[in-house]
Design a binder for this molecule. Sequence first.
Ligand SMILES: CC(C)(COP(=O)(O)OP(=O)(O)OC[C@H]1O[C@@H](n2cnc3c(N)ncnc32)[C@H](O)[C@@H]1OP(=O)(O)O)[C@@H](O)C(=O)NCCC(=O)NCCS
Length: 220
Amino acid sequence: MELIIIGAGGHGKVVLDVLRAAGLYKPVGFVDADTSLAGTEVGGLPVVGPVNTLPRLRQQRVKRAIIAIGDNRTRVRYAVLLREQGFELVNAIHPTASVSSSAVLGVNVVIAAQAAVCTEARLADSVIINTGALVDHECVIAEGVHVAPGVCLAGRVRVGTCAFIGIGANLIQCLSVGEHATIGAGAAVIEDIPAYATAVGVPARVIKTGGPDKHENPSG
Ligand SMILES: CC(C)(COP(=O)(O)OP(=O)(O)OC[C@H]1O[C@@H](n2cnc3c(N)ncnc32)[C@H](O)[C@@H]1OP(=O)(O)O)[C@@H](O)C(=O)NCCC(=O)NCCS
């Protein structure tokens, strides 16, 4: 089953690796907005060009895709675009990841090597659970969230749309992280974090607040 990967950067390479290890789909190339990459190879596959090459790929009967873009909002935006163009979005789950049979997954979800998604966890569309991260029982992870490598989310944590949980952060049980919030690398989160806020440290403290107009979070 042939598949195109959208995004030929660092996360694109990780996703290619996950797809190859899983062996379910046959990646045939990358699409990337950076036109200077067109005609080059990444991981032994061609970068076919920017998004205006998508209709041609559909004509060539490539009908599956995965969005491998680290920036959360961009990933969600591309998911809409690819669906509009008739692509079926698929998941990439590394065979060394542990995913409970009672977990519920959306589409365009990436679960990288050694990650664990536990009992009754729910992951919406376009979520990244990166290498070695733990999403414990009954967590609810909204669309476009990136859980970076080595993060531990204890049971029943809720993470809002497009939030970013930085590498190695730990969150105690039953907390809420608001939409578009950013949790810094290595943080220990012991209380709810508001939408659009940035929280860092042990214990984590909010260092920035914001709103939709001035917001950006890191992509990884
Ligand atoms: C939290 C983070 C996004 C903040 O970035 P930023 O908004 O550019 O913030 P700044 O670098 O201006 O730092 C602001 C203050 O917070 C401190 N700070 C930043 N990140 C911190 C962290 N992870 N832990 C503790 N303190 C941190 C800075 O030292 C600085 O303190 P000061 O005001 O006393 O000098 C970033 O530092 C971070 O941790 N990113 C996570 C990266 C990651 O997980 N990558 C993996 C991708 S897969």
